[in-house]
Structure formats: C-alpha cells, structure tokens
Write a protein that binds this ligand. Structure first.
Ligand SMILES: *Cc1c(COP(=O)(O)O)cnc(C)c1O
Length: 378
C-alpha cells in the first residue's frame, strides 16, 4: 500500500540488515553465513531482503517451502536455495526447474527424491536433516545411520549437506545443546566429506562450536533477540508506526474503548491511531481488558521522545495511547506513534503481547505500508 494512503507503516532498513549479516560472520569463524528467509523474509519482504543479502555476498538461503523458494529464485539467480520441507512427487519438478535443493526429512522424502533423480537421469543435490532431539522434522538417528550404511540407497541420491536443529539454543546453559551436538557429530562421522549445518541465530551467538560449515541465522539478521533475555549485538532493522488520526481529551472517570475496560484516573489526552489487530498488532498487547493484562502491563508507544501507554483494548483498526505527559506543542508536530523500532525494542513489544519478536514480525499483515530504505541510504 502507498504510504500516503496507509495509517500504519513498517519501515525496513536494509543497511542494518546487511551489517547484521556481515557481523554474524565474526561469531561463526570458518563458516559460510546463510540466511533463513522463510515467511516473506520474516515479514520484511522476501524480494527486498534477499536482493540486499545477495548483493552483499550471501549465497545460501533457507525457505520453509518450495513456493517461497521459487519466488526467491527470481531475485537470487545464483544462490544455493534449501527448501526446509514439503517435497512431494508432484512438486519435485519445480525443484528441478528452479534449481532448488530439497531438505529430506524422512525416509519417504529420500524415496521421492531418489525416484525423481532416477526418472530424470539427473542426480541433483539434496540435504539430509537428522533429528537429534527436537522431535520436529528430520530422520531419526537410526534411520540416518542405517541410510549411510546402505550402499545402494545411499548412492540413489547425492546429499551435499547434513543438518540438524537445536531445541534450546536460546538458553545457552541448557544441557540439551551439548547432547544434540554430540549426536550431530556422530551423524557427521557417517557422512564424511559432506558439509554440515546446525546453528540458527541463537546457536551462532552462544557458541562458535555450533558453526560447522554453514550457519542459518534468521531473527538476528532482522534485529530480533535470539538468546533469551539478552540484548543482541545486532542493529534494529524494522520499525512499526501508526498514524495519529485524532487527539481527544477525556475527563477523569470516563472510560476508553470496547468493554470500557479502562477508567481514567485523571483528565487524559488520548491519541487515537490507525493500527489494530487487523494489521497484525496483537490484541494481547492491549493496555487493559484482555486476559494477559492481569499479569503484565500493556504495550507502550513512543512519540516526541516519550513512551506512552496503550489505553484499553486494541481494536481491529484503532489503538488509543495516553499522551497526557507529552507536551501539546511537541505532539502537534508528530504524525506517527512508534510501536517498535529505534526507541522501543521489537522484543519489548513482543513481551507485552505475551509472545516473541518472530511472531510479531511474521504476523504483520499486508495492510500496513512497507517502506524499504536501501543500504545505500546510509
Ligand atoms: C527458522 C529456522 C532457522 C533460523 O532460526 P532463527 O532462530 O530465526 O535464527 C534455522 N534453521 C531452521 C531449520 C529453521 O527452521
């Protein structure tokens, strides 16, 4: 949507994105730094994100499904694109046409890919994902080792990467990290000479021993918090703002919004902004009147150098902020209130909504205008 027509805008600064990508190399010595760009580049625009990263030299990308990967291929003609899931007999030809590398997660996936390679006479590369304890996707340890030892099956496909995924990388002290790494090392011994990949953002930032050959950061690229309750070393990338539509003054004792869930304790100046859950702004971040608010305070906005609390319930298109403490003359100059960005951390907004930065970014709908600043803008 055209920014002038929108009442909410998400500004994506590609300069910090590229700097974050470069900075991660320092945490993963010897490894190639790839990028997880699933879910429309974590909601920030697949085409813009991949073009910026490709131009900076990124050559390994990870998508969730083949549809995302086919779209990505248009912007990254030479990249190695790994598709994390969803290979079927019917969609295998798309992998060939767009030169995609399927990640094989189970013995059925191996059979589908082996048959595709046999039928086309092309032994195109693939990746093997081994489950080392997460019980999500991946071959079991027994299946992986059995496959490695089965000459005939093993040579029916050409794996070029073996990978696994850590369940608790965001908690560096969790015992499970070392257990999973030990199992992963055992898998690697069975696939000598094949590249290995284990680390997401949190794993990269917490231990260089998880780096192996290719790292797969997502959230750290986009400026989110990867390691639990640690301010990451990454720069902020995305800012969400809502347009101020009206300023009103309400008397002490009056209520605001649906459910009349907040009663004003003073004469209050209220900024009504054009953003709501219809834009992906979680209703759980309301100032009051939702279950989460019995446990936590609501979200804050930021305007004219001040944090301003959300008042009452977030509705579909509108959110109210208490701007009583902002100087009237200062407020008059402002067109927008920030929800997260350079002043309010994405993850602080997420905590107020009872969730994580990943969900906040990927839940952003299409109604908010997306504005991209190019890396060259400084
Ligand atoms: C999403 C994903 C990543 C990236 O994770 P972040 O926590 O965003 O860095 C890496 N590997 C796999 C398998 C994933 O699904």
């Amino acid at each position: 949507m055209d920014e002038r027509l929108a009442t909410a805008r998400l500004t994506i600064d590609l300069g910090p994105l590229v700097r974050n990508w470069k900075r991660l190399a320092g945490f993963a010595p010897g490894a190639a730094v790839g990028a997880a760009v699933k879910a429309d580049g974590y909601g920030l625009g697949l085409a813009q994100v991949t073009t910026a990263l490709s131009n900076a030299g990124c050559v390994h990308f990870f998508t969730a499904n083949a549809g995302e990967a086919v779209e990505l291929r248009r912007n990254a003609p030479d990249a190695e694109i790994f598709v994390l899931g969803g290979l079927t007999q019917r969609n295998a030809p798309f992998y060939r046409e767009a030169n995609l590398t399927p990640v094989l997660n189970c013995t059925d996936d191996i059979a589908v890919w082996a048959e595709h390679c046999r039928a086309t006479g092309l032994r195109r590369p693939c990746a093997l994902h081994v489950d080392t304890g997460m019980n999500r996707l991946g071959l079991s340890m027994e299946e992986a080792i059995g496959f490695a030892g089965d000459e005939k099956r093993r040579h029916s496909i050409s794996p070029s990467l073996v990978m696994s995924h850590l369940a608790c990388a965001d908690r560096p002290k969790a015992q499970m990290n070392a257990l999973q790494k030990a199992l992963f090392d055992q898998v690697r011994e069975n696939f000598p000479g094949i590249r290995a990949s284990l680390a997401n953002s949190a794993a990269i930032l917490s231990d260089p021993g998880f780096a192996y050959d290719i790292v797969r950061p997502g959230i750290a690229l986009y400026g989110g918090e990867a390691v639990e309750d640690t301010v990451g070393p990454m720069e902020n990338v995305a800012a969400l703002e809502a347009r101020i539509l009206q300023i009103r003054v309400a008397k002490k004792g009056e209520t605001v919004g649906y459910g009349a869930s907040v009663t004003l304790e003073r004469k209050t100046r209220i900024a009504i902004c054009g953003i709501g859950y219809g834009d992906g702004l979680m209703r759980a971040a309301s100032g009051s009147g939702v279950p989460l608010r019995r446990l936590l305070p609501g979200a804050q906005g930021h305007v004219a150098g001040r944090d301003v609390p959300v008042l009452g319930r977030i509705s579909m298109d509108l959110t109210a902020f208490d701007v009583t403490d902002v100087q009237e003359a200062e407020l008059a100059k402002c067109e927008w209130i920030e929800l997260f960005g350079d002043n309010i951390a994405l993850d602080d907004f997420a905590r107020a909504a009872g969730t994580i930065g990943y969900e906040v970014l990927t839940a952003m709908g299409q109604r908010a205008a997306r504005v991209w600043r190019s890396p060259a803008d400084g």
